[in-house]
Design a protein around this ligand. Structure first.
Ligand code: AMP
Length: 192
């Protein structure tokens, strides 16, 4: 398997690029935000618990998201590889992910971080809110909270993988095609 983490702040384009990468390479997509939103739509107990955190721009507890990821990994032993999107978001999640993968004799091969300035993130979240119906994209206070959670809790995930020499940063500004080409080049280089 070739397993990658697409990393970046909220609004950096992880979801958009993930869709294309999945279509090109056949990764199994593991997007914890999408998994949580489908729990909310299904009105499950887990969804009800997660909703209040998400509405406030806070992180859902580690144990909840780690459990969901464990299920998807276990259910997809024949995937080409996993593409993690929006996970891990804390150092504890990163350590748990390494353990989960190890259980299946797998590992993270590469983390690609999308670099996008903060002003641009706000513009993108505002634009996405128009079509996604995501309340956490539309509210300026929640946007700010999500960016501060990213800085205070999630950036540590990049440092964690950096110590293993697994992080590549690419410019997340430009056309969707340009960024996709840069991502594909890194994946091709590292999976060859
Ligand atoms: P996203 O769709 O990745 O922007 O995630 C939307 C919201 O879901 C976040 O603001 C968090 O409240 C929650 N969430 C998604 N992924 C995680 C994660 N790995 N850990 C904790 N909370 C998460």
């Amino acid at each position: 398997m070739f397993n990658i983490i697409l990393f970046g702040p909220p609004g950096s384009g992880k979801g958009t690029q993930s869709e294309r990468l999945i279509a090109k390479y056949g990764f199994k997509h593991i997007a914890t935000g999408d998994l949580l939103r489908s729990e909310i739509a299904g009105k499950t107990e887990l969804g009800l618990q997660a909703k209040s955190y998400m509405d406030q721009g806070q992180l859902v507890p580690d144990a909840v998201v780690i459990g969901m990821v464990d299920n998807v990994i276990t259910d997809n032993p024949d995937a080409y590889g996993f593409l993690f999107d929006g996970f891990p978001r804390t150092k504890a999640q990163a350590e748990a992910l390494d353990q989960l993968l190890l259980k299946h004799e797998e590992k993270i091969n590469l983390m690609i971080a999308l670099d996008v300035p903060e002003e641009e993130l706000i513009i993108r979240m505002m634009n996405r809110a128009k079509t996604s119906g995501r309340t956490d994209d539309a509210d300026p206070e929640v946007q700010k909270k999500r960016i501060s959670v990213y800085k205070n809790e999630t950036l540590a995930v990049a440092s964690y993988y950096h110590q293993f020499g697994k992080v590549i940063t690419i410019n997340g500004q430009g056309s969707i095609d340009e960024i996709f080409a840069a991502l594909s080049e890194e994946i091709d280089d590292h999976s060859a």
